[in-house]
Write a new protein. Structure first.
Length: 502
């Protein structure tokens, strides 16, 4: 009997998804990929994200040649039927619940265990069950991953004697520097496939089939395995040494700093997380990168990325609707449209422009500038999650649901984090060069020069004072409300400002 055809989703593009070992597709199995336009009809994605995903899918199909049946259809169902009829099909565990439900609903489709992650579902389930009533802390999970994969270990102990080197990786940007001065990141050269994708997207928009947000400039992220490997080598050899100390910093003129920019390639499946962390560890062991920088990168990939992936499945579909703070305000049009030019606050305007122009910012602008503002304003966490999913080139349902509902918006009431992550302007001022030329002052809460983040922070604390007063990590600011002699004025000004651009 001939082997069943194997179906790839558009985020399963690396060679590890073709490996026949451990139940993978046979070496002579026919291969299928479906480009479903309905995906782009359902959500208004960032134009650069649509371009990257379609470019990566079409590049992979071109690489596999006659072995790959690449079908352009309205829906996955229609495309799969056109490709294989009623024949048997295998597919690796998809990365979203919607895609998994589709695969399980289709007759003659066998779902194989997930690939592209370090920790199998069963291993996480056993770890979570072993926690009993204790919280599923990322730090504990991360240490287990380090041990089981022998990452940055010296025998049974962590390299350097400490598991967590975050303290060494929280420096503000160099004073007076416009850029970090790190070597430039790898960037691709577009080709005929990129041109074809852009023409198709233009036509779809002209015909009114789909609509996008953001700008689609030259492609900035890998769309092939070869490009992804080149980007990984550039980061490890040239940028990893500078990564750690300033990974939480922000500079208006240097949005990428020394970050790896590998998340999009990882989430497309062009890179395997094991090869990324192993390459970083090899650089450290060769003396080419400091332990703090290496541990910071390993923590992002083998810690946080794995943790978020498993929490997405562990918490279940109801997690999407968590809203512990009862935030229901809609996202304003200026935010939905990425209208950075309408924003006066320099930090928010700068970051929103980065999203508009590239579909990417690093984790601190996402958490403290974009997410922090949404949290302070009481925007609906489900709508904020959808916005992040649509607006970022590396955004997928499994990525953004725990990151936004849990980490950014505290909508799960503390299942992932011990406190809400938001701050006044002082944090942004300390960790960036964004406040100096701004029309607002981070130290002022009221008046024409009041910082929207400083005023917004205290309005948030006031709104949730009862909850925050009973959390040992937020009890102090809740108590400090009584010492704010301008609180009534602050709240009045916040109310009058509404949800116009700050």
């Amino acid at each position: 009997m001939p082997p069943p055809a194997h179906w790839f989703f558009g985020d399963q593009l690396g060679p590890h998804f073709l490996d026949p070992r451990d139940g993978g597709p046979a070496r002579d199995a026919p291969l299928v990929m479906v480009e479903a336009k309905s995906v782009f009809r359902r959500r208004r994605f960032h134009r650069a994200k649509a371009h990257l995903v379609l470019s990566a899918m079409r590049h992979r199909a071109a690489e596999l040649g006659d072995r790959m049946r690449y079908v352009r259809a309205e829906t996955y169902r229609e495309g799969l039927r056109e490709a294989v009829g009623d024949a048997d099909v295998t597919v690796f565990h998809p990365t979203s619940r919607a895609a998994l439900a589709l695969a399980e609903d289709l007759e003659r489709v066998t779902v194989l265990p997930a690939r592209g992650f370090l920790v199998p579902h069963g291993d996480f389930a056993r770890w979570a069950a072993g926690r009993g009533s204790r919280r599923l802390l990322m730090e504990d999970f991360y240490r287990g991953v380090r041990r089981s994969h022998d990452l940055l270990m010296e025998g049974d102990e962590p390299a350097g004697g400490r598991w967590n080197l975050d303290h060494d990786n929280r420096e503000p940007p160099p004073r007076g520097a416009a850029t970090l001065g790190a070597p430039a990141p790898w960037r691709p050269d577009e080709d005929a496939i990129d041109e074809e994708v852009r023409r198709d997207l233009d036509r779809w928009e002209r015909d009114g089939d789909v609509a996008f947000v953001g700008r689609d400039g030259p492609r900035l992220f890998p769309a092939t395995r070869r490009e992804a490997r080149a980007a990984l080598r550039r980061f490890v050899h040239d940028r990893l040494p500078a990564f750690g100390p300033h990974e939480d910093a922000m500079l208006a003129g240097d949005p990428v700093l020394a970050h790896s920019l590998l998340s999009a390639a990882l989430n497309l499946g062009l890179l395997d997380p094991a090869e990324c962390v192993e390459a970083a560890e090899a650089a450290w062991r060769a003396g080419d990168a400091a332990l703090a920088s290496t541990e910071g990168f390993v923590r992002q990939v083998a810690g946080w990325r794995e943790y978020v992936w498993h929490l997405y499945w562990h918490f279940g579909e109801d997690y999407r609707h968590r809203n512990a703070l009862r935030h229901h305000a809609p996202l304003p049009d200026w935010f939905l449209e990425l209208d950075a030019d309408a924003v006066t606050a320099r930090c928010l305007g700068t970051v929103l422009a980065q999203v508009r122009d590239t579909g990417w910012t690093h984790h601190i602008p996402r958490l403290m500038v974009l997410g922090g503002y949404a949290l302070q304003r009481g925007w609906d966490p489900a709508a904020v999650t959808d916005w992040f999913h649509r607006s970022f080139v590396d955004g997928y349902d499994w990525v953004m649901l725990p990151n936004v509902v849990g980490m950014s918006q505290y909508a799960d009431g503390g299942l992932m984090t011990t406190k809400p992550y938001t701050s006044g302007g002082a944090y942004i001022n300390r960790m960036s060069d964004l406040c100096g030329p701004c029309a607002y002052r981070p130290t002022e809460r009221t008046g024409a020069r009041a910082c929207p983040y400083t005023a917004g922070y205290w309005a948030f604390v006031h709104r949730h004072r009862a909850r925050l007063a009973h959390n040992h990590r937020t009890a102090r600011p809740a108590a400090q409300l009584d010492r704010l002699n301008d609180l009534a004025e602050l709240l009045r000004e916040r109310e009058e400002a509404g949800d116009g651009p700050p």
